[in-house]
Design a protein. Structure first.
Length: 161
C-alpha cells in the first residue's frame, strides 16, 4: 500500500496542491489523508463500511487534518452529487472481482456518467484495479499512464472531450 500510495502521489507531484479531492472506496482514508498532507485544498471520503468510516474519522483526528466523510455507497453518493464545483482529483480503490460472479466495480465506475460529471474538465481519475485487467474505457476515458505495483495496477485517466 505504501509503495502504491507513494507512486500515485509522485506521479501527481504539484497537481495535488490546492486540488479538491474525492476518495472513493476510501477504506482507512489513507489516500485522501495523504492528499491533504501534500496540500490538497479539500478531501471527501466515501465509504460504506461503518468500521472503515470510524477509522477514517480517527485517522483524520490523529493527523489533525479536516475532511468530509460520507458514510454511503459510492454509486449512491455519485448519483446524488450536486456540488457547485467538480473534483480536480478522484481516486478509487474498489474491491477487486477475483472470482466469477463477484461484483466488478471497475466497469461500473468507468461507465458511470455521474462519476464523469463529478470530475472537473482538467481533472484526473486514478483507478486501482486488478493487474492485467482490460479497462473498458467506453471511448470516454483516456488512459495516459498505467503502472503495475505487485498485486495492483494503477491507471491515470482523463475524460476525453
Amino acid at each position: 500500500m505504501d509503495v502504491v500510495k507513494g507512486a500515485i502521489f509522485s506521479s501527481l507531484s504539484d497537481f495535488i496542491v490546492g486540488a479538491r479531492m474525492l476518495d472513493l472506496f476510501a477504506g482507512s482514508g489513507a489516500l485522501g489523508i495523504e492528499a491533504l498532507s501534500r496540500g490538497a485544498a479539500a478531501a471527501t471520503f466515501v465509504e460504506n463500511e461503518q468500521r472503515a468510516v470510524a477509522a477514517i474519522k480517527r485517522n483524520l483526528e490523529k493527523t489533525k487534518l479536516t475532511g468530509n466523510v460520507q458514510p454511503v455507497d459510492v454509486f449512491r453518493f455519485l448519483d446524488r452529487f450536486a456540488a457547485p464545483e467538480a473534483y480536480d482529483l478522484i481516486i478509487a480503490d474498489p474491491p477487486y472481482a477475483k472470482a466469477p460472479g463477484e461484483r466488478d466495480f471497475t466497469p461500473e465506475l468507468l461507465g458511470s456518467e455521474p462519476l464523469r460529471k463529478a470530475l472537473a474538465p482538467h481533472g484526473i481519475f486514478v483507478l486501482e484495479h486488478l493487474p492485467g485487467a482490460k479497462l473498458p474505457l467506453h471511448k470516454v476515458w483516456e488512459c495516459f499512464r498505467q503502472k503495475r505495483y505487485g498485486a495492483t495496477e494503477v491507471a491515470f485517466l482523463r475524460v476525453l472531450n
